[in-house]
Design a protein around this ligand. Structure first.
Ligand code: AHR
Length: 518
């Protein structure tokens, strides 16, 4: 029997809502078609932003959205995307084989409007490859300056009456590849210059929640040797002389599925199912490794010669995962670029990955799934006026309860099938409720689990994401084939409940702590 003991009295960390972040980029049809259709489109829209997309995003409470890339960020000039739309320059987008004209209709103001509508914080990634510190600085001034400068006046003229107060700023993207094939040492030098050019916004200075968060490009999480070298050498370079302002390192990790050329994201066998699912667990080790390397790196900074001076204090540097998700090899030949279907396999790895972030909430500050629409591990697929929510959407929606909850200590004793664990769980609590996720990775069989608590609880409800065939996905003909639905009531046992967990499914059980008046 599988059994998890949930310690309601032992909270292990706060689950920042930012762990459920989103990432959108000018790539394939993520933005044009997926999010932006223009205000004169027949597709219902809110001032150009597709209504079906915005309404669905609102259901998720996305805490943060990262934009404009990705690799695209390192060739993007923000001025191309402001002002009257008909006067914006037409450029060419070759990002990952997107290969089409770019009319720059979606720019800073359209992105801010999206964030406003869905109540998400914006993360802007600046251009460090073909851009300059001056261009970055002007974008920041344009977005955040409250005082009456010419750039603030231009923002107002373009419809941004209030400063956007963008908190998250990424300095470069994947600098080891698309961002310029830099060595960590070379990037460290560039970073020093850009980070030092960031303007000060004094009205924000004292308030932590409004502080500018300066995010450096982290390593390629999929290269075990290189990622260690990147982080070590970056911090060694920073340690050599006065340290530049730095708040976070942006690690990227994709669950690559490249082993079999004939396999596609929805045509796979049982072996492929287990391989892709098991590979997603590597991220947990990468997080722990990178967290330690950051801590070592910061500890390696020399003691300040003048400790009274504020800037000389040893900084804290958080770990963020700016891009994550399944990347199936078949998407390289997709049109539009990097378009992937999302099956139950993707739903399970999405749930397992979010649980990695939940479990490691003391190590990871923020994470963004790549990407929200029409690219890789998407939550939405569109084609003209057609729109659907993938099962990944349901995972995010079902898991929303964990945003702002406290992770709980759990002890497991899990059965093994062929020496491998089959059920995976995570638990958190908010107010008097306890949320327990149970994921069954068995391709064929249901399994039983006992959920036992150190306090008295009563069952409130449960939800599950399940489909008869694990290869199932939602299509434009059957957009709701897979939808989260109410689960069966578990059987009450001593100090807890016993549940039957269907094969290849993601489940959420909600319990209420019983508090007796004495
Ligand atoms: O998400 C697709 C691409 O993957 C991004 O542009 C890049 O940052 C990464 O390599």
């Amino acid at each position: 029997m599988n059994r998890v003991v949930i310690h309601r009295q032992e909270k292990t960390g706060y689950i920042k809502p930012e762990l459920h972040g989103q990432f959108i980029e000018f790539l394939g049809t993520c933005i044009y078609d997926g999010i932006w259709v223009g205000e004169y489109s027949k597709i219902p829209n809110y001032r150009g932003l597709r209504k079906d997309f915005v309404d669905a995003m609102k259901e998720l409470h996305p805490p943060v959205i990262r934009w404009p890339g990705g690799c695209f960020a390192d060739i993007y000039h923000w001025r191309d995307g402001i002002g009257e739309r008909e006067n914006r320059p037409v450029t060419y987008n070759e990002n990952f084989g997107t290969c089409c004209l770019d009319t720059n209709q979606f720019g800073t103001h359209e992105f801010m409007e999206l964030c406003r509508l869905v109540d998400a914080k914006p993360w802007l990634n600046i251009n460090m490859m073909t851009g300059t510190p001056a261009e970055m600085r002007e974008w920041m001034e344009y977005c955040n300056r409250e005082e009456k400068t010419s750039l603030a006046a231009e923002r107002k003229e373009n419809g941004g009456k209030e400063a956007f107060k963008v908190k998250y700023w990424g300095l470069g993207n994947e600098m080891w590849c698309g961002g310029g094939n830099a060595t960590p040492e070379c990037y460290a030098d560039q970073y020093r210059q850009f980070a030092s050019a960031i303007p000060a916004f004094y009205s924000n200075a004292g308030k932590d929640e409004e502080k500018i968060v300066k995010i450096a490009s982290g390593p390629d999480g999929n290269k075990p040797k290189e990622r260690v070298k990147w982080t070590q050498n970056l911090f060694r370079s920073f340690a050599e002389f006065r340290q530049p302002p730095l708040d976070a390192l942006d690690l990227h990790f994709y669950n690559w599925n490249l082993e079999k050329a004939e396999e596609t994201e929805s045509l796979f066998d049982e072996e492929d199912w287990y391989r892709v699912i098991r590979n997603c667990f590597e991220l947990e080790d990468v997080i722990r490794e990178q967290y330690s390397l950051i801590a070592e790196g910061v500890a390696g900074y020399p003691e300040a010669e003048n400790p009274i001076c504020e800037e000389n204090k040893k900084p804290e540097c958080a770990l963020m995962v700016g891009e994550w998700g399944n990347w199936h090899g078949s998407s390289f030949s997709s049109i539009p670029a990097l378009y992937q279907q999302c099956t139950m396999r993707d739903a399970l790895t999405t749930a397992l990955t979010l649980d990695i972030f939940h479990r490691n909430c003391n190590y990871v500050e923020l994470a963004c799934v790549a990407q929200t629409a029409n690219v890789l591990n998407s939550l939405f697929l569109t084609e003209g006026d057609k729109f659907l929510k993938t099962p990944n959407f349901d995972v995010f929606k079902m898991y929303k309860v964990h945003q702002g909850a406290e992770a709980l200590k759990c002890d497991y004793s899990m059965e093994k099938v062929d020496a491998e664990q089959i059920l995976y769980t995570f638990a958190s609590t908010k107010e008097d409720e306890i949320y327990v996720n149970v994921i069954n990775i068995d391709f064929h069989k249901e399994h039983h689990i006992e959920m036992v608590f150190d306090v008295d609880v009563c069952y409130k409800e449960s939800m599950l994401i399940y489909s008869q065939n694990p290869r199932d996905c939602n299509t434009f003909d059957h957009p709701d084939r897979i939808r989260a639905r109410r689960g069966d009531v578990p059987e009450e046992i001593q100090r807890g409940y016993r549940a039957v967990v269907p094969s290849a499914s993601v489940n959420l059980y909600v319990f209420k702590e019983q508090i007796y008046a004495v």
